[in-house]
Design a binder for this molecule. Structure first.
Ligand code: SF4
Length: 423
């Protein structure tokens, strides 16, 4: 170890110690136990999520220390493309600003060929992953999902397909009258590489009643995720917070994810997703009872407490730059996050519900963001294998995205004036 990094570690240890000493006795006890490698219980997690004043700084420093132990100074990202193949959906989730009825202006349903063309654009620009989700189109056949996977794999055998939320799996399995095991095994055989663990929202029956009328129950979400893991499809884990929820829900949700991980080991990362209230029917119908997204402190605490509760189980905490913007995303790197997610190339989901953050962050911009936090930029693939380490070189500059299938992709967002899907 060099003298400079030894001094840096020492300064970090001193800062942690003084933050712990300034904290209240109960919080200091929980954090010391976490630092000693002991599991933080659900009740302790709730206490951390409810922390005030100097307790918060101690939580942030603890999360940052555990992040450093798990990931060193590396901060990773993946070069990928988001493709939302339809925004037509009648499920009526109340937080969703994305879904449209088929006759509404802006309603869209891409053909398999159009999806493949977008995947090809991503590949040509260095993408290794396509992230594919869509609404639950009433006229879509249950086999559409496998046709998408087969179409992309035929054109791009090495492209990683990260696709279909548990809600879509539930829908496809129901339409095809297949068991979850058979449906997921078939998708895996067709070439599905991994799944987004979206549609989790908050895994609590009462909260889900308000958000989704419990159309996909917490039990169904857990069953589909565990089945995916069992048949060899890894998934992300998510939490959508800042609406009708609070610390008790968050702690229970994170503890449940941890229990699933102990059983299956199939989660690659946790992605906290802040609720974007603009244009969300849930908020516009009841602004007096629904919160307009999490507060600044809640965003900080979500990343930090998740890191602490999941330490040793899910060691990748991803910050969503589409929800928070680049500046806040970089700040989360000192709150326990170690991953910036995907470059996305014309991400449309958060924009659709009013989030102002962009369509694409190029690999070069990712690297610059990570360096601005004094961390080491690492390009990874979807399942966290290292593709490149940018210690002393930069990623290639990318040319602007150019459409191949007739539609200009960046305008595509405006043609797809979506609201929030993301089950
Ligand atoms: S969240 Fe997904 S399933 Fe629910 S209404 Fe929106 S698009 Fe449909």
């Amino acid at each position: 170890m060099s003298g400079a990094s030894h001094n840096f570690d020492r300064r970090r240890a001193v800062a942690l110690q003084s933050a712990l000493e300034a904290a209240s006795a109960p919080v200091m006890r929980i954090l010391n136990r976490a630092l000693a490698g002991r599991e933080v219980s659900e009740a302790e997690g709730e206490a951390l999520f409810s922390a005030q004043g100097p307790d918060r700084e101690a939580i942030y420093k603890t999360a940052d220390t555990l992040r450093e132990r798990a990931n060193g100074d590396a901060v990773s990202f993946v070069v990928n493309r988001n493709i939302n193949f339809t925004n037509i959906c009648y499920m009526g989730c109340r937080f969703c600003g994305f879904a449209k009825r088929s006759e509404e202006a802006g309603a869209e349903w891409l053909s398999v060929e159009q999806v493949v063309a977008r995947a090809q654009e991503a590949w040509d620009r260095g993408g290794t992953e396509v992230c594919i989700q869509g609404g639950l189109h009433p006229r879509m056949s249950g086999t559409y999902y496998r046709e998408l996977v087969l179409g992309i794999k035929a054109a791009l055998p090495d492209m990683h397909i990260h696709a279909f939320s548990p809600f879509e799996v539930w829908y496809g399995a129901a339409k095809t009258k297949m068991s979850y095991t058979d449906f997921l095994t078939d998708l895996k055989d067709c070439g599905l590489g991994s799944m987004p663990g979206t549609a989790a929202e908050i895994l609590d029956t009462e909260v889900r009643q308000q958000l989704t009328k419990n159309k996909l129950s917490a039990e169904q979400w857990v069953e589909i995720i565990k089945t995916a893991h069992r048949v060899g499809i890894p998934t992300t884990a998510t939490i959508m917070y800042g609406h009708v929820d609070g610390p008790a829900h968050w702690a229970a949700h994170i503890a449940l994810l941890r229990d699933i991980q102990k059983e299956t080991g199939g989660f690659t990362e946790l992605v906290p997703l802040s609720f974007v209230h603009t244009e969300s029917p849930l908020y516009t119908a009841s602004p007096e009872t629904v919160r307009p997204g999490p507060t600044v402190d809640e965003v900080d605490l979500m990343h930090a407490v998740s890191r602490i509760m999941l330490h040793g189980h899910i060691d990748n905490i991803q910050v969503s730059w589409t929800k928070l913007g680049a500046e806040r995303a970089v700040q989360m790197l000192s709150r326990g996050a170690n991953d910036l997610g995907g470059t996305l190339m014309n991400e449309s989901i958060s924009r659709s519900a009013g989030a102002a953050h962009g369509q694409e962050i190029t690999a070069l911009e990712m690297v610059q963001m990570i360096r601005s936090a004094d961390r080491l930029p690492v390009r990874r693939n979807t399942i966290y294998h290292t593709v490149d380490v940018f210690r002393d070189h930069d990623p290639e500059e990318l040319a602007p995205l150019v459409a191949r299938d007739g539609a200009a992709p960046l305008d595509f967002l405006d043609m797809f004036p979506v609201r929030e899907p993301v089950q």
